[in-house]
Design a protein around this ligand. Structure first.
Ligand code: AMP
Length: 210
């Protein structure tokens, strides 16, 4: 199954993508995680992306489209994948179509902006493997330590409140129109993102019949 998770930053896409990935045995592909890794390693692509990411803007389409194309060509994507954070613009969605990628379902996880702003301050992400946590709703077993790989679970730089406002504005302007794009193709399902991770997973898994 080829699945897209849509939703504002902090809506829970990453966490739900991990849950689906485990359940269906298909990889979660997070362009944000790939880009953060590239920034950390100082690659050419990372250098191009850094300033956009830090300001809450989107990285140019041609950069992320190239990353995604390479990633879905890898072996582990043969039986399907979950896109978490891609596409984020209509040209990115069109590029996927041009690549001949068939998308089975687009799941939009809907959460109000005010809830997002309150929520994101508690978010922690593993600096090593990218797993996401929340200090209240989905805490690590040991504070600051990733359950999965033992890496450091910390607040992302772009989760600072002023950057979150920018990222939400970017989302509404450039990414939210994708809901109409996929609804017009009969692919869109919407679920309400709840505070509890398990409650949200329940509606998410029901929506994809898993
Ligand atoms: P995320 O972890 O998905 O919230 O992504 C973090 C940041 O990476 C975003 O705020 C963007 O700057 C950049 N980014 C991730 N995915 C994309 C994408 N598909 N298109 C453009 N920029 C992206």
């Amino acid at each position: 199954m080829n699945l897209i998770l849509l939703g504002a930053p902090g809506a829970g896409k990453g966490t739900q993508a991990e849950v689906i990935s485990e359940k269906l045995g298909i990889p979660q592909i997070s362009t944000g995680n790939i880009l953060r890794e590239a920034v950390k390693n100082g690659t050419e692509c990372g250098l191009k992306a850094k300033s956009f990411m830090e300001s809450g803007a989107l990285v140019p389409d041609e950069v992320v489209i190239g990353i995604l194309k390479d990633r879905i060509a890898e072996d582990d994507c043969k039986n399907g994948f979950i896109l978490d954070g891609f596409p984020r613009t209509v040209p990115q969605a069109e590029a996927l179509e041009k690549m001949g990628v068939n998308i089975d379902l687009v799941l939009s996880i809907d959460v109000d902006d005010e809830v997002i702003k309150a929520r994101i301050s508690g978010r922690r992400v593993c600096e090593k493997c990218g797993a996401s946590y929340h200090i209240e709703y989905h805490p690590t077993k040991v504070e600051g330590v990733c359950d999965k790989c033992g890496g450091k679970a910390a607040q992302r730089k772009d989760d600072a409140p002023e950057t979150v406002v920018e990222r939400l504005a970017t989302y509404h302007k450039q990414t939210a129109p994708l809901a109409d794009f996929y609804a017009a193709r009969g692919k869109l399902k919407r679920v309400k993102g709840l505070d509890g991770v398990e409650e949200t997973s329940k509606v998410v898994l029901e929506a994809i019949n898993a």
